[in-house]
Write a protein that binds this ligand. Structure first.
Ligand code: ADP
Ligand code: MG
Length: 477
């Protein structure tokens, strides 16, 4: 076996082990934390029963060792690895220190090797502490009405980076709805089209950490230079900037410098720019100076399309009826859908003859489905009370048939929330509002239309939902 083969085989083993391990985690936080640590892995090698995982820095190596070593070893065994395998985490000798690295490719002088010279010319000065996930492309992203505007804007940026109408692009939406995917798709596309473009992808938290390090190590000059000499800055989870006041100042300056030079900036956040209270006003007004797009939770059709896409290349393949079951039962966000799909896949990989009927699926996906149900604890009465309070009216007025405009809006809004944010049937809702089905449907439709154009109404909806710990993305259909 040559080296190439060894590496591919160990990579495959690692991928299987990773899927198995991730599918055993239920909580979103755990999964995304593990995911982000695993994304720091630069290569894998297996030699004489020693499975070595190379990462970019010592901190990550130590952390992975302490937190994941035991469980990963178990997953490696399950994935078909040797029981005697020793697992170790090492720093990749080829990795460059995260901070203060050269920005542009070094000029090639006195070098007669033309192949190297040619390579150096196209080598991207890709300065990023976080690698781009290669699967996060536009092709892999499923469009639907919940994300089509954000998708179009991201495409626009990838086609024309730095163009005023899209700069900066601010994408917001609940967790696990595809913000990072879209943002990295921009990076991947630009990198493909123009390898010499310098693109920097990082989270606001990384920016903050690097800033603090630079301060401590007196490396402010290099820090500034690094961020001001890139072509495209992709900052994920900008809400983390709220943690550091001084860093906001630095970001503001970097931001201005880059936009002044017509360099593209893209940001994502789990809330809209207006809901970032700890951010300075001037930053927010800069953030909304370009284009702001929201990603919402996908409806049934989009969920099914996403699941089909994710299941496309899996063997053994996942039956259509199982994908429908998943689309029906896992609605909160795409990451949860992927987790549930991974779980089904691991199960049928181990036992390909298993019949995937609803009873069995409900059993193996119990945790996922229960989590979905806790999102549905709202009662219609609570909704009526909350909306009435917001509008300064009484629940009786909501329940009445009085057609005064000041009562119709709150009444219909309460109907809308009951319909879209609880799993109650139309019949149950109609009974609790003491109205006919058609009246409820009419009310829901009317609010739906108005929400597209009336920012104020949307604000009230967000407020009411937030009183229950919900976001607008918790919508069920
Ligand atoms: P966020 O950054 O909004 O929390 P991510 O971009 O990390 O969400 O998405 C979570 C997972 O869901 C990723 O694996 C991503 O590929 C997948 N995903 C989300 N939306 C879509 C979509 N529309 N099409 C395909 N995959 C999606
Ligand atoms: Mg994200």
């Amino acid at each position: 076996m040559n080296n190439q083969e060894i590496d591919t085989a160990s990579m495959d083993l690692w991928e299987r082990a990773k899927t198995i391990y991730l599918s055993t985690l239920y909580s979103e936080e755990e999964r995304s934390q593990a995911d982000s640590y695993f994304s720091m892995i630069s290569s894998i090698s297996v030699k004489d029963d020693v499975f070595t995982i190379y990462v970019k820095n010592k901190f990550t190596a130590d952390y992975l060792q302490e937190k994941y070593s035991e469980k990963l070893k178990f997953a490696l065994n399950l994935a078909g690895g040797n029981k005697e395998t020793v697992l170790e985490f090492k720093v990749d000798p080829q990795s460059i220190p995260a901070i203060i690295q050269p920005i542009a490719p070094k000029p090639v002088t006195n070098n007669n090797n033309y192949a190297e010279q040619a390579q150096a010319k196209v080598a991207a000065p890709f300065i990023s502490t976080l690698p781009l996930e290669e699967n996060y492309t536009f092709e892999e992203f499923v469009q639907g009405s919940s994300n089509s505007w954000a998708f179009a804007a991201a495409k626009g940026v990838a086609n024309n980076p730095g163009q005023k109408s899209y700069n900066p692009l601010f994408i917001h939406g609940g967790t696990g709805l595809g913000k990072t995917h879209l943002m990295q798709a921009i990076g991947n596309e630009l990198k493909k089209k123009n390898p010499s473009m310098s693109i920097c992808y990082l989270t606001a938290e990384t920016f903050l950490n690097e800033y603090v390090n630079a301060l401590q190590q007196k490396g402010m000059e290099s820090f500034r230079e690094k961020y001001r000499s890139i072509d495209v800055l992709l900052v994920d989870d900008i809400q983390f900037l709220q943690k550091g006041k001084q860093c906001q100042e630095e970001f503001f300056n970097t931001f201005n410098d880059l936009t002044w030079k017509h360099k593209q900036i893209v940001m994502t956040s789990d809330v809209s720019p207006k809901n970032l209270p700890a951010l300075e006003e001037r930053l927010i007004s800069r953030f909304i100076g370009g284009m702001v797009q929201e990603i919402e939770a996908p409806g049934y059709e989009t969920r099914l399309a996403i699941l089909k896409k994710k299941a496309e290349n899996l063997t053994p393949s996942i039956p259509q009826s199982t994908l429908e079951f998943l689309a029906d039962n896992i609605k909160s966000h795409v990451r949860a859908m992927e987790g549930a799909l991974a779980k089904v896949h691991v199960t049928i990989s181990i036992n390909p003859t298993q019949e995937l009927n609803n009873e069995f699926l409900s059993f193996i996906l119990k945790d996922f489905i229960e989590k979905e149900q806790t999102l549905k604890r709202l009662t219609i009465r609570e909704i009526q009370e909350c909306v009435a309070k917001k509008y300064g009216i009484t629940v009786n007025q909501i329940l009445s048939s009085d057609r005064m405009a000041s009562l119709v809006t709150p009444r219909q809004l309460a109907m809308y929330i009951s319909r879209k944010y609880t799993p109650k049937s139309l019949q149950e809702i109609a009974a609790e509002f003491d109205k006919k089905h058609a009246t409820i449907l009419h009310g829901v439709k009317s609010i739906e239309k108005r929400l597209d154009v009336e920012g104020e109404l949307k604000g009230i909806l967000v407020d009411v939902l937030s009183e229950f710990g919900y976001s607008i993305n918790d919508k069920l259909e």
